[in-house]
Structures are given as structure tokens and as C-alpha cells.
Design a protein around this ligand. Structure first.
Ligand SMILES: C[S@@+](CC[C@H](N)C(=O)[O-])C[C@H]1O[C@@H](n2cnc3c(N)ncnc32)[C@H](O)[C@@H]1O
Length: 190
């Protein structure tokens, strides 16, 4: 399907973002949602991913965090905050090592200067990775993170491999081929 058709399809279906199709494909391929009872969505606004996981797994508890506001989704506990402050949100921090699935579509503001942007993306990715590792169930948790194909990707993958038994890379069909975005998947935290 042409990429703009994904945007049209999202609009027709009343979805909050086109990014929903990307997560849907990765969830299907990895089976990461199966049996997931507690889910954390990092960088959740406007809410496409949170809405998808809640719809596909209605009995699960979903927690979401974003710097920006997000219109409410029934059954999703949203916190307007920076992910770096997550340990101070008591409703989430009391659930360390208890999450089955952590998903992150975080994207920092870009400066247009590639070396600075690459460094900022890497730092945010590492913060997210460490957060996921802290909150996921050891052995059985799943982690999906959006990142970008750049000079730091290999380094990020190495950091993932230190913390997960299985690490895979996905480029979903709904992701524009000219876009450098790419998704890493980690299974079974070490
Ligand atoms: C691409 S959007 C997420 C789209 C979402 N997955 C969806 O389907 O609707 C990326 C989000 O990351 C958020 N973000 C960026 N830096 C953040 C940070 N440090 N803490 C929390 N959220 C952040 C942005 O505010 C933005 O809403």
C-alpha cells in the first residue's frame, strides 16, 4: 500500500495516528502482546499505540506517559510528564519488574544538525532502554522501541543485546521507505 494510503486508512478508521499500523505489524510478528497484562507506552501522545494495545488486550492495564497532553482513552492511565521523571510517578514506580510489555515511539525535537540529532536520539533511546529494563519482568518481558538508522544504531543494538536474550530489527510496511525510522524489539530481559 502507498504510504499516504496508510494515513487515509487511519483517518477512515478514526485512529489517532498512522503509527498504529506499524505497531500492529510488529505485535503480530513478535507475538509480544500475547499474555501481556501490564503495558507501558512511553511517548504515547496522541494515543494511537495506547488505544491499539487497549483494544487488542482489553483486560490489560495500560500506563502511558508523554510530555504532551493526550485525550483520555478508557482504561489507559496517562501521565503528562518527561520519561526521565518516571520513577517519581508513584502509580508506575510501584510496578518495577512487573510490566510484560514496554513500547516506545519517542522522538526528540530535531535541530537539523545531524551529529547533534544523532546524539540526542541515542541518549533518549538509552534512557528508554534502561527504563524498560527496570520496569519489565525479568526473563519474560517484551520491549519495542522506535529509533533511526544513523551512525549510532549499531551502538544502540549492542546495548540492547547486553540486556535482552533476543534482539530483532523491524521496518514495518507502513513506515515510509525513505524515512530512516526503524524499530528494535527485545525479548526476555537478561
Ligand atoms: C511519534 S509521537 C508518538 C505517537 C504515538 N505512538 C501514537 O501512536 O499516537 C512521539 C511522542 O514522544 C513524546 N516525547 C518526546 N520526548 C519525550 C520525553 N522526554 N518524555 C516523554 N515524552 C516524550 C513527544 O511529545 C511525542 O508525543
Amino acid at each position: 500500500m502507498h504510504v499516504d494510503s496508510w494515513a487515509l486508512k487511519a483517518k477512515k478508521l478514526g485512529l489517532r495516528s498512522r503509527a498504529v499500523f506499524k505497531l500492529e505489524e510488529i505485535l503480530k510478528k513478535t507475538n509480544a502482546l500475547q499474555g501481556s497484562e501490564i503495558i507501558l507506552d512511553i511517548g504515547s501522545a496522541p494515543g494511537g499505540w495506547s488505544e491499539l494495545v487497549k483494544n487488542l488486550s482489553s483486560s490489560s492495564k495500560v500506563f502511558a506517559i508523554d510530555l504532551l497532553d493526550m485525550a483520555p482513552i478508557e482504561g489507559v492511565n496517562f501521565f503528562k510528564d518527561d520519561v526521565s521523571n518516571i520513577d517519581n510517578i508513584k502509580e508506575i514506580s510501584c510496578l518495577k519488574s512487573q510490566f510484560d510489555l514496554v513500547i516506545s515511539d519517542l522522538a526528540p525535537n530535531l535541530t537539523g544538525i545531524s551529529t547533534i540529532d544523532e546524539e540526542n536520539i541515542f541518549e533518549l533511546n538509552i534512557l528508554t532502554l534502561l527504563t524498560a529494563r527496570k520496569y519489565l519482568k525479568p526473563d519474560s518481558g517484551h520491549f519495542i522501541i522506535k529509533t533511526f538508522q544513523n551512525g549510532m544504531l549499531k551502538k544502540l543494538k549492542t546495548e540492547m543485546e547486553k540486556r535482552f536474550k533476543i534482539v530483532q530489527t523491524y521496518k514495518p510496511a507502513a513506515s515510509k521507505s525513505k524515512s530512516s525510522e526503524i524499530y528494535l524489539y527485545g525479548e526476555s530481559p537478561l
